[in-house]
Write a protein that binds this ligand. Sequence first.
Ligand code: MTE
Length: 317
Amino acid sequence: MIIKSPPKIKSSEITPEKNYNNRRTFLKLSAFTLASAGLKPLLALTDDSGRGKYASLKYKKSRYGKGEQLNSWSDITGYNNFYEFGTGKSDPARNARSFKTAPWKVSIEGHCEKPGAYHVEDLIKDNELEERIYRLRCVEAWSMVVPWLGIPLRTLIEKARPTSKARFVEFTTLYDPRRMPGQRDNILDWPYVEGLRMDEAMHPLTLMAVGVYGKVLPGQNGAPLRLVVPWKYGFKSIKSVVRIRFVEKRPLNSWQQLAPREYGFYANVNPQVDHPRWSQKRERRIGTFFKIETRMFNGYADEVGGMYSGMDLKKWY
Ligand code: MTE
């Protein structure tokens, strides 16, 4: 048996969450101050794949998630659903390692006055980044708490100036079976598609994430740009988005298309409406043993409940 000496890994790469709170105090400093202190620009810390060349450094912290116990970097980046890179929870971390996400363009199109195609780097430079600590509740009854870094979707929508015909927003993942091996199998009708009603897309909680734990989003979490809708089951949070389209009709999202009895369009976290094959009353926070109660709208009912008043949430699951 050959015993190799352990590779030299920077401590920041092993347990980024450990030093994370200290690091966050640096965020208000200018790029120059950071450079002179010998630190790399924040978003370039994990630049091992051509990503992370973003010039923008400053981001503001939001009030969301204060006091929440964050999941670790290894939970968040090691336990994933991203069927384009395999159906096992650890497949995406392995198979998306060399996923090249630069250059990457996102096209904003459909019923709007200012459609356009944007390099992700430009979206990041031209818009204010915010850190939001959100709970993510997967339809499979597990959950995590994640410190995302992103741009409120509303900012991008307002710039595109949607017309009155824009009643829904449709999101599409990259389709490239050479780079996304899971797309060579017919698990879903690729590319992955998701949709939101216009008011949901415009809601201040809805985020387009470009980073996590103050770093560039890793491939397995949906690099370089993924949606985060914290009051909905995780499958609404579509990854590696290449197209955002304003449409008149409700888009048919991938999971609803595959199994309409099991997955609806709204997918609001709702402990009172079970999945046909399992209960949604409780969830297991990854990294903990005991299950906890699932809260209505994943605990964001005060912020988002009003959008669904009067709706039969059993029918519109
Ligand atoms: N987006 C794409 N393109 N493909 C997927 O398979 N899985 C969804 C969602 N977005 C998925 C996707 C599901 S089921 C979940 S729970 C979340 O991503 C998981 O996000 P995470 O891996 O960052 O925790």
